[in-house]
Design a protein around this ligand. Structure first.
Ligand code: ARG
Length: 571
């Protein structure tokens, strides 16, 4: 348990002795540091609850607490300001040096199933596809750190119009493939296309189908055939999916995203009949389609019925999500399922979740939760585009950022390309995670790839500095024995804030609190570093400085790992 949490628990006991009770006692960093490092606002809440004056209650508390609290004072209308005894703080920080988990307040373990990534097979990932894997992966790591058990699934979009597109194009170019021969009996050949070939096939088909209605109808028909389980097309499509997965995996690998499961919409097919059986009593016909009402009396916004089966009898995105939920609950029995997609799918997920509970596909004690995110925009405030206005592939953005970063890396570094890639990913991820999850943000390549300012490279630069300093010192054991000055004190106070930062990120499912913390910690450290020559100090002070450096390094290391950003040794 963290130091601050321990003190909050102690304060709860103090309240009990005074015959008071509050569900939450929060020790907050003071916004008037001249009055003390921390403030306590509980006297105001207690005053309301117990109908007494806040000052009276504040004084009662102050008279009861022990000497771990120092410089205690009460300010109007009832704020309690204080600091902690140095000895106590140092003892704790030395424990953190040995075990980072002293900074983590674990919560009761939940089994969390995470659905993120969401790439679509045979379609290139574009810039907008970056947020789901970035946020999802970091949330998975944070959940684990805080004690959850996690299972992650990419939920590949491996069924849809792109299937019809590719197959119709192949049919045109290679009509002799046995997949197009109804009477073919032997074993189907292994296709040797590359992901790039598929990209080209798709683009070509897409252009033609959009110009030619007959061709578009063929695309629809083929897609419907796959949905109905046409063996030849399914066999062909599965091969194409597997080819395209290779390039999707490459990008996810670069982004440090790793999934326990690589399941997709096609995998849910086997669960569709069972799911439909459970939903059946709730389905009715509407314009030939099978729909389910999910409206509730208390709704203030439009809540249209959920289409479960289309009027041509085909499944849709929702059918596959419902079947997937059914299967996940049956196989894993999670406490929560978290979905990370663009905000535009919020209403859709609400419909799907309501349908799932209503029909009993999911028990009420399993929490289905959608966490939407905003759009990545260009400087014009519209979704980030290429120079000529097209959708930009994620790969292209990665290359462009790399080109900006490469010339800034030190000449004599051996593995320059590897360092460049890590800095590129750090740039993308840090920028992507630092805006609040729900809001749109403007992607500014120049600003975000700078080695200075609130950026991934700046954080990595600080890490490089710390690592080199620690190495040069030759020290193996670290101990902090004093608080030599104001700058060091500010760093220690920042460190003590971390447990609440982690909690906030977890509760909001937004990593911006962690990126803020990293930036603040790095800035405080660099301010200190620029004003002190650590290695020439007297032994006592030098060792405390180095202990502090080790502490800062350990924390940055762990937090970067949560964000799935890799460190470098030089840059
Ligand atoms: N492939 C989907 C898309 O591109 C995202 C999948 C999200 N997960 C889910 N279970 N529906 O929008």
């Amino acid at each position: 348990m963290s130091f601050i949490k321990e003190q909050e628990n102690y304060l709860k006991d103090v309240l009990k002795e005074l015959n008071y009770e509050l569900p939450n006692v929060l020790i907050l960093p003071s916004n008037r540091r001249e009055l003390g490092d921390y403030q306590l606002n509980i006297a105001m809440s207690l005053a309301k609850k117990y109908h007494k004056s806040p000052i009276y209650i504040a004084n009662e508390i102050v008279n009861k607490i022990d000497d771990r609290f120092i410089n205690v004072n009460v300010a109007n209308p009832g704020f309690i300001n204080f600091s902690f005894k140095e000895e106590k703080v140092l003892e704790y920080l030395n424990e953190v040096l040995k075990d980072f988990n002293r900074l983590v307040d674990k919560h009761p373990t939940k089994k969390v199933f995470l659905d993120y990534g969401g790439a679509n097979a045979a379609k290139a990932l574009h810039v907008g596809h970056m947020r789901s894997p970035n946020i999802g992966e970091a949330m998975k790591r944070l959940a684990k750190l805080l004690g959850d058990e996690t299972i992650s699934d990419v939920h590949l979009g491996d069924l849809g119009r792109q299937a019809g597109m590719l197959i119709s194009e192949l049919k045109l170019r290679e009509p002799d493939l046995p997949f197009f021969d109804e009477n073919f009996k032997g074993e189907y050949p292994k296709l040797t296309y590359t992901p790039a070939d598929l990209g080209e096939l798709y683009v070509s088909a897409n252009i033609k189908a959009n110009e030619d209605e007959e061709r578009m109808q063929e695309v629809r028909d083929i897609t419907a055939e796959i949905d109905k389980g046409n063996k030849r097309y399914l066999e062909l499509w599965k091969q194409l999916v597997n080819i395209s997965i290779v390039s999707i995996k490459e990008v996810y690998e670069k982004l440090n995203c790793h999934f326990d499961l690589w399941e997709g919409e096609l995998d849910s097919f086997k669960d569709v009949p069972k799911m439909l059986e459970i939903l059946k009593p709730y389905l009715h016909e509407s314009n030939g389609a099978l729909v389910m009402d999910v409206k509730e009396e208390t709704d203030t916004k439009e809540m249209p019925p959920l289409i479960v089966i289309k009027k041509d009898g085909a499944t849709i995105y929702a059918t596959r999500d419902l079947a997937t939920i059914y299967s996940r609950v049956k196989r894993f029995n999670p406490d929560e399922i978290w979905y990370f997609t663009d905000n535009r799918q919020s209403l859709y997920f609400e419909q799907v979740f309501r349908a799932s509970y209503k029909a009993g596909l999911v028990p009420y004690n399993c929490n289905l939760l959608h966490f939407g995110f905003g759009t990545i925009n260009g400087s014009d405030g519209k979704p980030f585009k290429t120079r000529d206005g097209g959708v930009m592939e994620l790969k292209t953005l990665i290359e462009q950022i790399s080109d900006m970063i490469r010339p800034k890396i030190k000449e004599d570094i051996e593995n320059k390309e590897e360092v460049c890639e890590k800095l590129t990913i750090a740039t993308l991820k840090f920028a992507d995670l630092m805006s609040f999850r729900n809001t749109d943000y403007i992607f500014e390549p120049l600003k975000f790839s700078s080695f200075d300012g609130k950026t991934g490279p700046y954080i990595l630069y600080t890490v490089v500095r710390l690592k080199s300093l620690l190495k040069k010192s030759g020290l193996k054991e670290f101990k902090i024995t004093q608080v030599p000055n104001q700058k060091v004190s500010a760093i220690f106070l920042k460190v003590l804030e971390l447990p609440q930062v982690l909690e906030r990120s977890y509760n909001d499912k937004s990593l911006n609190y962690i990126t803020d913390f990293l930036f603040e910690l790095a800035s405080l450290f660099n301010k200190f570093y620029n004003n002190h020559h650590i290695l020439t100090e007297s032994a006592d002070i030098k060792n405390t400085y180095l202990g502090m450096c080790k502490l800062v390094y350990n924390i940055m290391h762990e937090l970067l790992d949560v964000l799935a950003i890799s460190e470098v040794d030089r840059m």
